[in-house]
Write a protein of this length. Structure first.
Length: 267
């Protein structure tokens, strides 16, 4: 899209590094970037599509999500929104759950959710301006077919965070930050092999990757049907954990989640 005509906001996928996705929310004129780990691909996309950056949104402090912020600020004097509790120096507009972000120069509004687990202060952005398209920008909390590692938080925190996201409407589009889908689904298929929806998804997502097409955004409905980290209480998954000697019979759902995440770490 090279026209400067303004239209309804949409999301542009900007690949970065080996497997990151950076997101540009734009209306054909103005743009807001989510988690710019690298400035170069964002600057190139802004130039290619003739967009002017008006804000930066951050979900957490890891370098592959914030590394491009200083260079972007050299080119654009824009506000940086991000988590209050994740110690990011560039954040000028600190956010916690309950805050609302109105994107500068765009008719888009987000509610903020606290979703600790991957980091202590991780937040997510949920579109709430009444548009037909529901959007979730969740950083590294929820992935297509998976979830983030627990680098700083606890299993209890991550279970609570994922429960918040699973409670969103099924048609909510999930803009996560990495192309981890096929490896996530290989793990999911190993522990829930009788999930027909999952097996169908494996074929669909594999075909996308063969064609060089991103597997994200996904949706909350798809994740609830196929993502083991939203399905950790399902009987087949629990039985797989017990049979593998990773979970004691009768253990709590949180213990099942923790065992599942630990298994995935070494799968």
């Amino acid at each position: 899209m090279t026209s400067t005509a303004k239209h309804a906001a949409t999301v542009l996928t900007v690949p970065a590094f080996a497997d990151n996705y950076l997101w540009l929310i734009h209306d054909g004129v103005h743009a807001v970037v989510v988690d710019p780990g690298d400035a170069a691909p964002i600057l190139a996309a802004l130039n290619q599509h003739r967009l002017t950056l008006t804000a930066i949104l951050l979900t957490h402090h890891h370098a592959d999500h914030i590394g491009g912020v200083p260079e972007l600020l050299q080119h654009y004097a824009v506000p940086v929104f991000g988590p209050r509790n994740d110690a990011i120096a560039a954040v000028a507009r600190p956010l916690v759950e309950g805050d609302v972000v109105s994107l500068p120069r765009l008719d888009v509004e987000f509610a903020v959710l606290d979703v600790p687990g991957h980091t202590r202060g991780h937040i997510a952005y949920v579109r709430r301006d009444g548009a037909a398209e529901r959007w979730l920008f969740c950083g590294d909390t929820l992935f297509a077919g998976g979830c983030g590692r627990l680098f700083e938080g606890t299993p209890e925190q991550m279970v609570a965070s994922l429960s918040k996201l699973a409670a969103l409407p099924d048609d909510t589009q999930v803009f996560c930050a990495h192309e981890y889908t096929l490896s996530n689904l290989r793990f999911a298929a190993a522990i829930e092999p009788n999930n027909l929806a999952l097996m169908a998804r494996v074929r669909i997502e594999a075909a996308k990757r063969e064609d060089g097409v991103p597997t994200v955004p996904t949706s909350i409905g798809v994740e609830k049907a196929t993502n083991p980290f939203l399905r950790y209480s399902e009987q087949e998954i629990v039985e797989s954990l017990v049979e593998a000697g990773r979970l004691a019979p009768g253990a709590s759902p949180v213990a099942a989640f923790a065992a599942l995440r630990q298994w995935k770490n070494s799968f």
